[in-house]
Design a binder for this molecule. Structure first.
Ligand SMILES: NC(=O)c1ccc[n+]([C@@H]2O[C@H](COP(=O)([O-])OP(=O)(O)OC[C@H]3O[C@@H](n4cnc5c(N)ncnc54)[C@H](OP(=O)(O)O)[C@@H]3O)[C@@H](O)[C@H]2O)c1
Length: 311
């Protein structure tokens, strides 16, 4: 397969690109900052403006699949009004650009894989699968618009595959190193009451699941990419403490998180238990279905070996 990975320079993009290359696929990474040279012939970097189809329609003509990973990270404190605009525009505008590129292309890809998040479901107490309705908080509303931004690719004959990700667990970046920091400093414990749900996925399973969907000609529609064993914040913290060989004792009160993080505190104080119903039904097997096996694997890797794996 010849795959365009839009936003392929980021945490997930680097891991996915490595996975695609290791299976013999060719990858074109679309980025706003091309650094000259490529380490291997099967990997190309192509510059774009992040907003339009200008300059990369020809790459679409040659692509079998497009993966859209673009989006300004929500782990960006503080959530000012300007920042919230960027969260939205950095997702919706590139999505429209992908539709425009397909509209202008002479030959269309078979599928567009649109990344999304389990924040779609809002705050939930009971397990939800892909059939659940969207939540009503600001993240859920943003995610609905994000997913819709590439929906029109279907008008051009490409299947839209939407992957709603739980938090991606890797030592290479994202939320896990931030969550692990207080534990490393012997001050780990529940955030707030610790009863809020955490849906998560090990980065290896994430890459395998994306490859599984990209290589499956019947994959279409929404798939939750989160492990079958969502946990509460307290269960997550206890598991993290065990994996790091640190105590679990210091509760950070919800009011303190709200005071320090403001609106961003909803990222850690609210959650949802999400089940990967469609992925499981399609026959995908998780290598790390429970949190203990995932965190043990992540923290048992020597740093240098892990860096080799993750960049
Ligand atoms: N990591 C997680 O736990 C997680 C969970 C759920 C959903 N997600 C979503 O998955 C996607 C990828 O996550 P990630 O962790 O790999 O993020 P990341 O490391 O921040 O990478 C995102 C990429 O998007 C591109 N980008 C950012 N802002 C842009 C803009 N305004 N216009 C065009 N391109 C822009 C950047 O590429 P260039 O700078 O090279 O152009 C960047 O490499 C994000 O949309 C994220 O919200 C991630």
């Amino acid at each position: 397969m010849n795959v365009i990975v839009v936003g392929g320079t980021g945490l997930i993009g680097r891991a996915l690109t490595r996975g695609l290359l290791s299976r013999g696929h060719r990858v074109t990474v679309l980025t706003r900052r091309v650094t000259p040279g490529s380490p291997m012939p099967a990997l190309k970097f192509l510059q774009w403006d992040g907003r339009t189809s200008h300059g990369w329609v020809q790459a679409v003509d040659e692509a079998d699949e497009v993966v859209n990973l673009v989006g300004k990270s929500l782990n960006s404190w503080p959530w000012t009004a300007a920042k919230k605009d960027q969260f939205r525009s950095s997702r919706v505008v590139p999505g429209s650009a992908i539709v425009a590129a397909l509209a202008r292309a002479e030959k269309r890809p078979r599928a567009v894989l649109q990344v999304s998040g389990v924040g779609y479901y809002g705050s939930q107490e009971d397990p939800v699968d892909e059939s659940a309705s969207p939540g009503e908080d600001q993240i859920a509303r943003l995610v609905v618009d994000w997913e819709r931004s590439t929906q029109a690719v279907e008008e051009y004959g490409a299947r839209q595959i939407v992957t709603r990700l739980g938090i991606v667990l890797t030592r290479a970046g994202g939320i896990l190193p931030i969550m692990a920091l207080p534990f490393r400093l012997y001050a780990g414990g529940p955030l707030g009451a610790g009863r809020q749900w955490v849906s998560w996925i090990h980065v290896e399973d994430l890459v395998s699941a994306m490859l599984f969907l990209l290589e499956n000609p019947d994959a279409q529609g929404v798939y939750n990419l989160s492990a079958p064993g969502p946990v509460t914040n307290a269960q997550f913290g206890r598991s993290l403490a065990r994996a790091l060989n640190r105590p679990y004792w210091f509760q950070t009160p919800a009011w303190a998180l709200r005071l320090v993080l403001g609106e961003m505190s909803m990222m850690v104080l609210k959650g949802q238990p999400v089940l990967p119903a469609r992925l499981t039904k399609a026959g995908f097997q998780f290598r790390y279905p429970d949190i203990d096996s995932a965190l043990e694997q992540i923290y048992s890797q020597p740093g240098s070996r892990y860096l080799l794996l993750e960049g």
